[in-house]
Design a protein around this ligand. Structure first.
Ligand code: ATP
Ligand code: MG
Length: 485
């Protein structure tokens, strides 16, 4: 069932319940009010009659009551033949039931039976009776005519009250269902117009394709929930479009980066296949081809790491580790490469620090930082690597810092340093073999571990990159061993 139908139904049902409850309450109040007004009229009439009888003397004749407003005597005659009965009847009865006086010559029989008469001898008695087919409310009270005990019986026709109740209930039966139908139709029409912009948005959304990333939903001018929904959906579309753009850029850049070494490789192989090449030339060509293949493998691996990080699978084997061990191995491996240029690496690491991390991924991040530092260090320079902790209000983190004494990052490049395929000097870096993915990978790995990375040019020159990763919970921290250097 559509939302529209559901709302219409709920509205109709709600209206039905409210009208039924209100109608019942109104009818009940009306009946109670009419009954109490009839009862007080009877009481007043009975009291007047009792007072009249109390004054001793011959039994005064009872005057017939004035004709009622709603029932004239003509109507009475039509309905009940020759002897119309008036709306108000009064009888004076002896205690044995004999009718001593009556206002209505048509009613000569006593209006109370023996049991009611006996009861009325002691206290007033209320009852209803039917006279000539008409319902009457009756009240019988004890009285005295001089010294003689008598009964005063007063009655009044209740047809007016019953008619009023019946008319009201008929009106409710007619008006109630109409109001229910109207409420349902109104709700159906209202929800239809309220949901129209939603339907427009749905159709527009269904039309948007991946090639149409600039398309957005129309935002209604109303400042309501639907306008907010449209704005939020447009913000989501914006984010998706940006992500798609980044993805496409990434694929284009990756293709471009792969083409360069592949082209060189092909040229080298073509050159090697020409006739008359010396043995040495062939060995050189194969060595160069192997170097290009290495570069391709590294690039493919880097792309794989970033793709996995995008899917949220950057660290596969995370566990509590001592980053000092990872740093020691990384520094050892980098030192071997740096030695050829007289570059020296120093390591100051707090061996007690424990983090929850994937050791292979952390090593990859450290290797990328050391690779950059060695590459940018002048011959004979020193690279400082430190591991410490920082306890801040937000988090307690392990801080891995790699600082070299090279030219530092070009200041304008600093905000872009961690983006994919970004190089400060593309031409030179390409010659050196860098694809511009090293720092992007460091950032992915840091973020996958809930950490962060920043780069700057500290006072005194050179470049500095700080990698921060949250410390392992206290119970996983190792015993204090002091510093390794
Ligand atoms: N220690 C550093 N000193 C000065 N510039 C640096 C340093 N580290 C990185 N850069 C600059 O930042 C750029 C991006 O570094 P990144 O490690 O991401 O890429 P890359 O080293 O060029 O290539 P890759 O790491 O993929 O082999 C580098 O090309 C270089 O211009
Ligand atoms: Mg690098």
């Amino acid at each position: 069932m559509t939302l529209r139908w559901r709302l219409a139904l709920v509205f109709a049902l709600g209206t039905a319940v409210v009208i039924a409850a209100a109608g019942l309450l109104f009818l009940q109040q009306l009946t109670a009010g009419l009954n109490s007004s009839l009862a007080s009229t009877l009481r007043v009439r009975a009291e007047a009659e009792v007072a009249r009888l109390a004054s001793a003397g011959p039994l005064p004749p009872l005057a017939p009551p004035p004709p009622s407003e709603s029932r004239d005597s003509g109507q009475q005659g039509d309905q009940h033949g020759q002897n119309p009965v008036s709306d108000d009847i009064t009888q004076v009865l002896a205690r044995d039931g004999a009718v001593l006086a009556t206002t209505d010559p048509a009613v000569r029989q006593p209006l109370v039976d023996a049991a009611q008469r006996r009861a009325a001898g002691h206290a007033p008695v209320k009852f209803t009776t039917t006279v000539e087919g008409e319902k009457y409310r009756m009240l019988a009270v004890p009285a005295h005519h001089g010294a003689r005990p008598v009964l005063v019986v007063v009655g009044t026709g209740s047809h007016l009250a019953e008619e009023a109740t019946a008319r009201t209930s008929t009106a409710l039966w007619i008006a109630g269902p109409s109001a229910v139908v109207l409420a349902g139709l109104g709700a159906y029409a209202l929800t239809g117009s309220a949901l129209r912009p939603v339907e427009r948005m749905r159709r527009r959304l269904a039309d948007i394709s991946e090639h149409d990333t600039a398309a957005r939903l129309p935002v209604p001018r109303t400042r309501d929930e639907i306008a907010t929904l449209a704005t939020t959906m447009n913000a989501v579309l914006d984010r998706l479009a940006r992500a798609l753009e980044r993805e496409r850029g990434f694929v284009a850049d990756a293709g471009h980066e792969l083409r360069t070494p592949l082209t060189t490789l092909k040229a080298e192989l073509e050159l090697a296949s020409r006739p008359g090449r010396s043995h040495q030339a062939l060995v050189d060509a194969i060595t160069a081809a192997a170097a290009d293949t290495d570069r391709l493998i590294r690039l493919a691996e880097d792309l794989l790491v970033l793709a996995r990080a995008d899917e949220g699978h950057a660290c596969l084997r995370a566990g509590p580790i001592a980053p000092a061990d990872v740093l020691a191995r990384g520094v050892h491996a980098a030192s071997a490469r740096a030695e050829t240029r007289g570059v020296r690496l120093t390591l100051h690491a707090d061996t007690t620090v424990r983090i929850v991390a994937d050791p292979d991924r952390l090593r990859q991040a450290v290797d990328n930082l050391l690779d950059n530092a060695v590459r940018h260090s002048p011959d004979g320079a020193v690279i400082d690597v430190t591991l410490s902790t920082r306890h801040g209000p937000g988090a307690d983190v392990a801080v891995i810092e790699v600082r070299d004494h090279g030219p530092g990052f070009p200041p304008a490049f600093l905000p872009l340093a961690f983006e994919r395929f970004r190089r400060a000097d593309a031409a030179r870096a390409r010659a050196g073999g860098g694809a511009g993915l090293g720092l992007a990978i460091v950032r992915s790995i840091a973020e996958a571990h809930g950490g962060s990375v920043v780069a700057d040019n500290p006072e005194g020159g050179g470049a500095r990159v700080r990698l921060e990763i949250p410390l392992a919970p206290a119970h996983e921290q190792g015993p204090a061993h002091g510093e390794m250097s």
